[in-house]
Write a new protein. Structure first.
Length: 232
């Protein structure tokens, strides 16, 4: 998968952790494959206790470039309570600011609460993962200094509002992702997503913004290096 991604022009990938075990796996992959880097995260629906000290230690690994996935999900009934999620997120955001690492934020129907938590941590920066909201909500997160990351969802014919966000997003705040093995482009529905398939989203985004695929590639590289400062 890594070789195929590099062959498609995806030369840097971040494997995100959603719990302690998979954060360690992300580091292992990053140490094994030069194009891969790691994120250390604790997903909001994770039921295991937050081990902030172990996560902090993992963040010191040189191949770790972000804290994520982290965020809020008030729609998953079997997950931790809303209060518990908010308290954990405060801890994770504090750690990210302390270690000068960007955060990758998972958001499921809790934009208002999420904004409140973000504002409680001056100096925090990062990206809104798998962005799928309307322009007025996009503006809120852009005003907070965040990047917006778009995946295969934007290729779905019904997503005209999301395509408008892609058109309006400031060039220096736009990122792309696959969210592998999910987030497939419309033409690949029903098959596992892969990092190489980022090109499906990139082709449409370049078209929506009226630029060449090569120019979009240069823009994406510059934006990723600006946000994920440990990337090389």
């Amino acid at each position: 998968m890594v070789e195929a991604a590099v062959g498609a022009g995806v030369t840097r990938m971040i494997a995100m952790g959603v719990d302690l075990a998979r954060s360690r796996t992300a580091i292992s992959l990053a140490n094994r494959f030069e194009p891969v880097w790691a994120g250390i995260g604790h997903h909001p629906t994770e039921t295991a206790p937050l081990d902030i000290e172990t996560l902090r230690a993992l963040c010191e690994e040189p191949r770790v470039v972000a804290v994520g996935e982290v965020g809020l999900d008030f729609e998953e009934a079997s997950g931790p309570s809303r209060h518990a999620q908010v308290e954990r997120l405060h801890e994770l955001f504090s750690m990210a600011v302390e270690l000068d690492l960007p955060v990758l934020i998972y958001n499921c129907g809790v934009e208002v609460e999420l904004v409140v938590v973000i504002k409680g941590h001056p100096g925090l920066n990062g990206v809104m993962h798998y962005f799928a909201l309307a322009w007025d909500q996009a503006e809120t997160f852009l005003d907070l200094g965040f990047y917006l990351s778009f995946a295969g969802l934007v290729t779905r014919p019904s997503r005209n509002a999301l395509r408008e966000v892609v058109r309006q997003c400031p060039a220096d705040r736009l990122l792309l992702e696959t969210d592998s093995p999910y987030g497939n482009a419309h033409k690949r529905m029903g098959v596992p997503n892969r990092p190489a398939f980022l090109i499906d989203t990139a082709e449409l985004v370049a078209e929506l913004r009226g630029i060449s695929l090569d120019d979009l590639g240069e823009l994406e590289t510059a934006n990723a290096l600006a946000l994920f400062r440990r990337l090389k």
